[in-house]
Design a protein around this ligand. Sequence first.
Ligand code: PMP
Ligand code: GLN
Length: 381
Amino acid sequence: ANAIFSGLPTTVFEEMSGLARTLGAINLGQGFPDDPGPEAVRAKAADAVLNGYNQYPPMAGLPELRQAVAAHYDGAQDLDLDWASEVTITSGATEALAASFLALIEPGDEVVVFQPFYDAYLPLIRRAGGVPRLVRLEPPHWRFTRAMLEAAFTPRTRLIVLNNPMNPTGVVLPDEDLALLAEFCVAHDAVAVCDEVWEQVVFSGAQHRPLIAFPAMRERTVKIGSAGKMFGLTGWKVGYLCAAPGLTHSLARAHQFLTFTTPPNLQTAVAWGLANAGDWFRDMPRALEASRDRLAEGLRREGFTVLPSQGTYFLSIDLTASGIAEADRAFCLRAVKEAGVAAIPVSAFYETDPVTSIVRLCFSKADATLDEGVRRLARAR
Ligand code: PMP
Ligand code: GLN
């Protein structure tokens, strides 16, 4: 077994969800909604399974979905994507990430990654031969500076990976930070792999801006999205890659040997959902914002210090600031075993010098679940 993978623990999401399942705990760990998702989109998938085509779709994805993705971004972000040469459908954002790293990294290339990172990045980058250069962010603001980027970028930098809006921190980057990143990418001739799966889940006061829209980034950005997040159907694993034709050509070569394709019925349903979204992309984040506020207020009433969240399904509590001396992982293990509530220790998303006082909680849940979660967390104090 290769050391890069065999040395890894089970991903923290499966570890904590496994404990929640075994112990019958409320799961505020892994990020998924507890409602079934938009019925019309699910009905479309069911109809496509029963009455549609169930053989291999085209390798790059169904044209109707690629067109719907391009049209969605034309309307939502004023991006002018050519669906035929710039959009590739993948089996989730996870496959899009793997395809990006396989296609764009040569052994020895350096890849700038912010930590806390989404946990799939480093193992995939390393297995592709990349050498991660980590930029360490800290609570409560998780901001990076020019000096931090200067320390991370070198003449060997080939890629940067940006997750915006950022999981697990809930940060949505302001324009000035994105402009700074763009400046470094251009100066180092680096490609930006932008994991923007959370772009539709952004709350009042924040605005998501895609890095691909910044000057000179159009030709050097791979933009990744996921229907799982767009429609709250996280098990569907329908994602996509948007990039200029030259990049898309390389990405498609990797995609063809990873999964080749993605279930056609789910692609049909996502295409329909994008074309018939109506007020969904306005109402969905509003409902989640109310859930965020409900969980945050409940936690504050119980004496927890809650960090701001501008987007994603997540908010964080700061244990130290809440007067809890325990480290995040110990707290989470105790909370799931003794109080019956699962959460995610943010130290799992660091490789070096982890911040150990932050616990991530998922608020895409029914009010009653959030209220009971607060009661149980209060018992774990
Ligand atoms: N990137 C980030 C930042 C995520 O939060 C997730 C899912 N939680 C993914 C990628 C994976 O998306 P998918 O399920 O579409 O593979
Ligand atoms: N993206 C989800 C989260 O952050 C979980 C993904 C997974 O389970 N691998 O909670």
